[in-house]
Design a protein around this ligand. Structure first.
Ligand SMILES: Cc1ncc(COP(=O)(O)O)c(C=O)c1O
Length: 468
């Protein structure tokens, strides 16, 4: 059971709960149900290590790590200190037309780490905005290259690139994006490479990578009108934690390159060490033309995203003012000084001593994580355990042998989440996919707890589904 920490007085807790229900509209949350959940959603008032401390004194291992961003735990001291130190100097100054030191240092650091040709960093405030920037940048670049007809994009089914309208347009999760279709620009889409629910009804052991061939074909068919291919490299994240089969990404990039199509990697979820490398592209040794980073960039403490652009893309934006090649994009908080200071500290942690932190992530944490989860594969509710690095999804099914999903409105995934909450672990479920995306700092003991709580929560949920 969750350990008790310093709890708020009962009446203060009641006041906060009432205000939460009355005034705060939570994202991705059915507000009619939220105030009545049992156990009640934690109201976080503090944090320590990888643990959230709630107003009622209970503690929760954060196996969702602040929606996949608190990669270094809830309270990375160096990052907190860097933010405090920056605040002593100044909190905010714009990058529109003038500059500041933390943004300069961070741009230099990121481009050095990513290496040529990714020589230029453009900052934004969130992953969604990074994707918006990348899309606009790719299109304007085509116009400046003399190809205004290259005005559409190729993206994957089940892709998730964020919630702003451009990001929604390239997204492919019907539950999230279907509602907004009338508002969106044209995007070509290919089915995702989904080995558990293969759109080509193939088996991974014997398939001919029909998914990769379909993507290559779509690139060929639409090359003349494509501004870019947009892809989450190696794992489709919120759309189902769907790992791509070996060679899929390499084939996609190589075909796009051969056809002169710009490649955008959305590493918002998979970058910054989540897969064991600073950049996911390191796994395949091929760089995109445009790279989107966010989430763990600041250690997850402040909202900041970065878009790294290749030299040849950047150069198309240079000219006289009257040439209208300026990139007219930028938000009030673009390149927040506090965010940049936080990111510099987070990058120091990830890269010092020959990237020792990431070596540990690859050699200890990731293998232990999968060893912990492996026994859950046998559970009657678990149709598929999948993912990569420190990103796992357990797909719950009503009939394991025939892979039949539960009726989605029964919220089986959410029941597992509530059962885990009761036992002091904070999780997230997307439909009937239960997600485990822990901080890179998760300890062996915490992994044990996560495995045990997931098993118990699945048992409890299985009992409920039998009796319902
Ligand atoms: C792959 C990917 N792209 C983009 C986003 C959007 O990022 P943000 O929520 O910071 O806008 C997310 C968020 O989960 C993501 O996982």
């Amino acid at each position: 059971m969750p350990r008790m920490a310093q709890a708020l007085p009962e009446d203060e807790l009641r006041r906060l709960r009432a205000l939460d229900a009355a005034a705060l509209w939570h994202p991705f949350t059915q507000m009619q149900i939220f105030p009545h959940e049992d156990p009640a959603p934690p109201i976080v008032t503090g944090a320590e290590g990888n643990w959230l401390i709630a107003a009622d004194g209970k503690r929760y291992l954060d196996a969702n790590c602040g929606y996949w961003c608190l990669a270094l735990g809830c309270r990375p001291e160096r990052v907190e200190k860097a933010i405090a130190a920056q605040l002593e100097r100044f909190g905010h100054s714009t990058l529109l037309g003038i500059s500041h030191a933390p943004a300069i240092e961070l741009a230099a650091k990121l481009t050095t780490l990513a290496g040529p040709p990714l020589n230029h960093a453009f900052f934004a405030d969130s992953g969604s905005e990074a994707v918006e920037v990348a899309l606009k940048m790719a299109y304007q670049c085509q116009v400046q290259r003399g190809h205004p007809e290259r005005s559409t994009f190729l993206a994957l089914g089940e892709a998730y690139h964020g919630d702003t309208l451009g990001a929604v347009a390239v997204g492919g999760v019907d539950l999230f994006h279907g509602m907004f279709k009338p508002l969106l620009f044209k995007v070509h889409r290919v089915p995702p490479p989904h080995c558990y629910r293969c759109p080509w009804q193939q088996q991974p052991e014997s398939c001919a990578l029909e998914c990769a061939s379909a993507l290559e074909q779509a690139l060929e068919d639409h090359a003349h009108e494509l501004a870019a291919l947009v892809i989450e490299p190696l794992v489709l994240g919120p759309g189902g934690v769907i790992p791509q089969p070996a060679k899929y990404l390499e084939r996609a990039v190589s075909k796009a390159r051969a056809l002169g199509i710009t490649v955008i990697f959305d590493e918002v979820a998979v970058g910054m060490g989540r897969l064991g490398r600073l950049f996911a592209f390191e796994e395949i040794g091929v760089k995109p033309d445009i790279l989107c980073l966010a989430k763990g960039l600041t250690g997850g403490l402040l909202p900041l995203s970065a878009v790294l652009a290749a030299e040849d893309i950047y150069r198309t934006f240079l000219g006289e003012f009257a040439d209208r090649k300026t990139f007219f994009h930028g938000h009030t908080f673009t390149g927040s000084a506090l965010g940049c200071a936080a990111a510099l500290a987070a990058l120091e942690i990830l890269t010092e001593d020959g990237q020792a932190f990431l070596v540990t992530t690859r050699e200890r944490t990731i293998p232990e994580f999968w060893k912990t989860l492996e026994p859950l594969r046998a559970h009657a509710l678990v149709g598929n355990l999948r993912g990569r690095g420190l990103m796992a999804g357990l797909e719950l099914v009503a009939d394991k042998s025939r892979r039949v999903p539960f009726e989605w409105s029964r919220r089986t995934g959410h029941r597992v989440l509530l059962a885990a909450r009761k036992r002091g672990v904070n999780l997230r479920a997307i439909g009937d996919l239960v997600l485990a995306v822990p901080p890179l700092t998760i300890t062996s003991a915490e992994l044990c707890l996560l495995g045990r709580v997931l098993a118990e929560a699945l048992d409890e949920t299985a009992g409920q589904m039998r009796n319902a």
